[in-house]
Design a protein around this ligand. Structure first.
Ligand code: FUL
Length: 477
């Protein structure tokens, strides 16, 4: 076992805020890019679009919610305004909005319909409001624009019920005559904290970290405790217009949280990762990209490499000109939902026996990790040596997945673990342990997948941890 140093112990003591903790349980939720681009067939609008082009023939946010829910997602995040500046709600801040379109005689409000549909389906609701605004004349003038932007935020934060997330991207294109807008992020953040204290502020914010690409690729070791400067990076970068997001993680940012990565860091923060990706090549709907809807196998892989590897998954499903999720996307999403239901149909570890070499006290025995109540979990006390858990299912089952969770309310400490199965099926003589997986972090959730085995006993070894370790769940499927 590695020696503990002060920096490692400091990392082990960092815990999520209540809003971050609630967000972790969202796991998988939808992004909806919808706006004038849907009708002009573009990805980045110019800001000079005629509002009247916004004509969803048959807007049906209930259909969005139904599909999102059936796909196994827990929330929806709508682009209330993209870089073109066109607002999907009847704002008082500009006439570049749905109120200036003849669609529904200027009385439409997509944000309201989406928020209501989400809530009626038991989905959380969140908003994206692009700071970069290619329409607004005050963009690039500094405080005047910041005030304009805060007024837009205020409308969205007060009129549409509880939001689980406000999502900021860092795009910061030039304004008129090459003017550069300096965003007053701090004032945006404090407004959100004041009006929606439970909402996480994502990407260019301090609660949720962008994974670093838009291709759906997460890290194999995704640490939630990282040096604080990562929470500034996307804002400072102020991604210039025209720059495309990378397709993969910059190798220099592959390791954000190992002991080596945090060695020289000052402040450490809880800043968990989100993987964002579109079901289609683009973020907005384009008929010509109907061929490019990702296949079920690809989406499932993305799911396991994000949700199954201590990140959340924000999957973009752009509505079409009808104002609906297109048939192909619906088909794929329904099969994804069905597949995930099959994948996690029955937790075979429920009701079985889990023992560990040691635990802190009677209230934190290994058996607690089988209790679905997150308040009941195993705690090592001081992590004095590697700890072995034995899960005995009582009889043989065909198993190909194990789900592990740390009790992240007390932080993230596990650094290395391995999973084994007893191939001595007859149970006579000594167990014959064979390795199934060897991994680093667990965090909120780690799904270990392996070739199906018929087995009765599994062994988990926590090999390295930061001073202490916890286990909130040990599930087998
Ligand atoms: C980027 C934007 O420029 C894209 O259009 C899209 O909204 C993506 C989620 O964020 O920064």
């Amino acid at each position: 076992m590695k020696e503990l140093d002060a920096q490692t112990l400091a990392a082990a003591a960092v815990v999520p805020s209540p809003r971050q903790l609630a967000w972790q349980n969202m796991e998988f939720y939808a992004f909806l890019h919808f706006g004038v681009n849907t009708f002009t067939d573009s990805e980045w609008g110019t800001g000079s679009e005629n509002p009247d082009c916004f004509q969803p023939k048959n807007l049906d946010c209930r259909q969005w919610a139904k599909v999102i829910k059936a796909a196994g997602m827990r929330g929806m995040l709508l682009t209330a305004k993209h870089h073109d500046g066109f607002c999907l709600w009847p704002t008082e801040t500009t006439d570049h909005s749905v109120a200036s379109s003849s669609w529904r005689d200027g009385k439409g409000d997509v944000v309201r319909e989406a928020a209501e549909a989400a809530r009626n389906s038991g989905l959380a609701f969140g908003l994206y409001l692009s700071p970069w605004d290619r329409h607004e004349a005050s963009y690039g003038t500094g405080e005047a624009y910041n005030e304009f932007y805060r007024r837009q935020l205020r409308e969205l934060l007060t009129n549409y019920g509880e939001l689980f997330c406000v999502w900021f991207d860092g795009a910061c294109g030039e304004g008129k005559d090459g003017r550069k807008q300096v965003y007053d992020w701090e004032s945006y953040f404090s407004l959100i904290r004041e009006l929606q204290p439970n909402a996480v502020i994502s990407i260019c914010g301090r609660d949720v970290r962008w994974c670093g690409n838009e291709a759906g690729v997460g890290r194999s070791s995704e640490w939630s405790v990282v040096p604080w400067f990562h929470s500034e990076a996307d804002r400072i970068a102020g991604v210039a217009a025209g720059e495309k997001a990378p397709k993969k993680i910059d190798p220099a940012f592959w390791d954000l949280g190992s002991r080596k990565a945090i060695r020289n860091a000052g402040k450490l923060i809880w800043y968990p990762a989100e993987v964002d990706v579109s079901i289609r090549p683009g973020w907005f709907y384009h008929e010509k990209e109907d061929w490019g809807v990702k296949a079920l196998a690809k989406l499932r892989e993305i799911y396991y490499k994000s949700v199954g590897a201590n990140a959340s998954l924000l999957l973009n499903i752009p509505p079409n000109r009808e104002g609906k999720i297109a048939d192909r996307d619906v088909e794929t999403l329904l099969s994804l939902g069905a597949q995930l239901q099959i994948d996690f149909k029955e937790n075979l570890a429920e009701g079985s026996t889990l023992t560990a070499d040691y635990c802190k006290d009677d209230r934190h025995t290994a058996q607690m990790a089988l209790d679905p109540d997150p308040a009941r979990y195993w705690h090592s006390g001081a992590f004095s040596k590697p700890v072995e858990f034995i899960l005995d299912l009582g009889e043989d089952f065909d198993i190909n997945k194990v789900v592990l969770k740390e009790h992240i309310a007390t932080g993230q400490q596990i650094e290395k673990f391995s999973l084994w199965w007893d191939s001595n099926l007859l149970g006579e003589g000594a167990p014959k342990w064979e390795r199934l997986a060897s991994e680093t972090v667990i965090g909120h959730k780690r799904v270990c997948r392996f070739d199906e085995r018929r087995l009765q006993r599994l062994k988990l070894v926590i090999e390295e941890a930061r001073g202490f370790a916890t286990l909130e769940a040990f599930e087998a499927y």
